[in-house]
Ligand binder design. Structure first.
Ligand code: 13P
Length: 252
């Protein structure tokens, strides 16, 4: 049985007081028994305080980015060990906004995955096609290439990483992939994993869906056989919406 994962991606939102207010409300909306995994991926500035606040709770704290070098003259960057130092356990890698707005290519993403794994940070590795690519019938080929190129020779254990399928056309648009499309791609990803890492490993790796997940559609998406959780943007900014997604999405 794969444990469900609900990861909030706050993107560039929330000051420290807003972040703390969120987790206090989230905890009050519990109890969270630990049956599902809850991760808050916050901006760098809020990470230390959030991790302190969430210490000894089932809620984990993740970052949205880092740089793969251990240290050095990289003005503006933050390393994996710095993230661990403030209490992060997870990090998002390969989000489409990083790929398109910050020109992160497969080579950079490979180095980030490699470093995160070496540093025991759990990557939430994002893949997904654009609308044009889907309309051209290239969705699976695009996702396969994203996985192949970023993983390279890496062979992470199933508990060392997770994948998020986020079709670019569903991010922040209010348009969600249909349950059929989400399941079809997550199943495709799992069969790719099985070819590469064997059936037993593929059966354990968590594959999340992301793209306009909200309380109203959490149930129909999270019940899909190859969808093991959600990476949530807009709806994760409101603690009660996030809590409701976790609650509805955890029903089996
Ligand atoms: P939305 O939930 O706002 O569509 O964002 C999805 C996303 O990008 C999560 O990483």
């Amino acid at each position: 049985m794969r444990k469900k994962v609900f990861a909030a991606n706050w993107k560039m939102h929330k000051t420290r007081p807003e972040a703390v207010g969120f987790v206090d409300e989230l905890m009050a909306a519990g109890p969270w028994s630990g049956e599902a995994e809850l991760i808050i991926c916050a901006p760098f500035t809020a990470l230390a305080e959030l991790a302190q606040r969430m210490h000894n709770t089932p809620v984990k704290v993740g970052a949205q980015n880092f740089y793969y070098e251990p240290q050095g003259a990289f003005t503006g960057e933050v390393s994996a060990s710095m993230l661990k130092d403030v209490g992060c356990t997870h990090v998002i890698i390969g989000h489409s906004e990083r790929r398109s707005l910050f020109a992160e290519d497969d080579g950079v993403l490979h180095l980030k995955l490699k470093t995160a794994l070496e540093e025991s940070l759990i990557p939430i590795f994002c893949v997904g096609e654009s609308l044009e690519q889907r309309q051209a019938g290239e969705a699976e080929a695009v996702v396969r290439k994203q996985l192949t190129a970023a993983l390279g020779e890496l062979f992470p254990r199933p508990d060392q990483w997770m994948i998020a399928y986020e079709p670019v056309w569903a991010i922040g648009t209010g348009v969600t992939a249909s349950p059929q499309d989400a399941q079809a791609m997550c199943k495709f990803i799992r069969s790719w994993l099985a070819e590469r890492y064997g059936l037993a490993n593929a059966a354990e790796i968590r594959i999340l869906y992301g793209g306009s997940v909200k309380p109203a559609n959490a149930c129909e998406l999270m019940i899909l056989p190859d969808v093991d959780g959600a990476l949530i943007g807009g709806a994760s900014l409101e603690p009660l919406d996030f809590a409701e997604i976790v609650r509805r999405g955890s029903l089996d």
